[in-house]
Design a protein around this ligand. Structure first.
Ligand SMILES: C[S@@+](CC[C@H](N)C(=O)[O-])C[C@H]1O[C@@H](n2cnc3c(N)ncnc32)[C@H](O)[C@@H]1O
Length: 313
């Protein structure tokens, strides 16, 4: 699908806060690992005339929109259409190093609003949810049709905090024997069967979140990528991560804590045996949140949590 208005693609969150923590990188190379519609990258490239950005997104529609929007800066922008963990194999990035990096996780407004992607809960839509459909991988429908019930229950519980996870998994297992799941209506029908009533949009949103996370392997990809970005940062380089739910934020918080600690021995050891030297330090103790004014203007920024970490000199 052609993306007509790049600016309408996604409203970037906490732009001024991101620029403030990345300002030390303003003459160098910055990785934007989640380019989306290019909002954060545009802010950096327009504000900082010396800076170069490597923009990565796994979604071809995002890459198309960003390329269009960022055309005026094409001499200072390199775009990679791939997952950010795969981008960390890029030889140039590893040789030259990064002065800053940004991950603005999750999905863009475009992805949420586009019916054909099936990310947000609306009736009668295909259960797809892959960020890169052309790259293969299982769809949400495949997951529901093929996964063992106990694994489905784990995903609904852990990734969606769904209290009726086991009942829902059992109901899906029972129904798919008759007719495979294809659309959101099939999932609503299964959930209605468990609840004895039509699920509320909030309840459906939790199950959708769980499916999106598992279909795109969001959490393992994040855990594996963070240390690789840390290693690619130059001394004093800063990594900024904006997450949208507690599962992502916990991974970021724990990584930043471990990298900043002088001991990562398992608890209970009488003496330290790890000899770890801290790699750097977090810039804030608590995650930063958007201002009330931003939340009013852009309600989708409400759940965003920003953490930042600076590599040692
Ligand atoms: C919240 S949006 C980013 C919006 C962007 N900061 C802007 O200003 O428009 C998240 C984007 O990250 C992409 N994404 C999520 N996980 C990814 C991954 N593992 N690798 C590459 N891109 C990813 C999504 O496709 C989506 O376009």
């Amino acid at each position: 699908m052609e993306v007509e208005k790049a600016e309408a693609f996604h409203e970037p969150v906490m732009v001024e806060e991101v620029l403030e923590v990345l300002k030390g990188a303003n003459g160098g190379t910055i990785l934007d690992g989640t380019l989306g519609g290019g909002g954060h990258t545009e802010a950096m490239l327009s504000r900082w005339p010396e800076c170069r950005v490597i923009g990565v997104d796994r979604d071809p529609e995002a890459v198309q929109a960003a390329r269009k929007r960022l055309q005026p800066f094409s001499d200072r922008l390199r775009v990679l259409e791939m997952r950010f963990d795969h981008a960390m194999d890029d030889a140039q990035m590893n040789q030259e190093g990064l002065d800053g990096a940004l991950l603005d996780l999750g999905v863009s407004s475009w992805q949420l609003d586009a019916d054909h992607r099936g990310f947000a809960f609306r009736r009668g839509l295909p259960l797809d949810m892959r960020m890169n459909a052309a790259g293969g991988g299982i769809t949400a429908a495949d997951f529901l049709n093929r996964t063992e019930e106990h694994e489905m229950a784990r995903v609904f519980r852990e990734y969606g905090e769904e209290p009726r996870a086991r009942g829902l998994a059992r109901e899906i297992g029972r129904r798919r024997g008759g007719r495979p799941f294809r659309t959101s209506d099939d999932l609503v029908a299964a959930f209605s069967g468990v609840l004895g009533r039509t699920p509320r949009p909030r309840e459906m949103a939790r199950v959708f979140q769980a499916l999106r996370i598992v279909v795109n392997q969001e959490l393992p990809v994040l855990s594996q990528t963070l240390p690789r970005i840390r290693d690619a940062l130059r001394p004093q380089g800063v990594l900024v991560v904006i997450s949208y739910h507690s599962l992502e934020d916990r991974i970021v918080k724990n990584s930043f804590r471990d990298w900043s600690s002088d001991c990562v021995c398992p608890p209970g050891l009488p003496v330290c045996v790890c000899d770890q030297v801290p790699h750097g330090a977090p810039l804030f103790r608590k995650p930063q949140r958007p201002s009330e004014e931003e939340i009013q203007r852009n309600p989708r920024s409400r759940s965003s949590l920003m953490r930042a970490w600076r590599k040692a000199a």
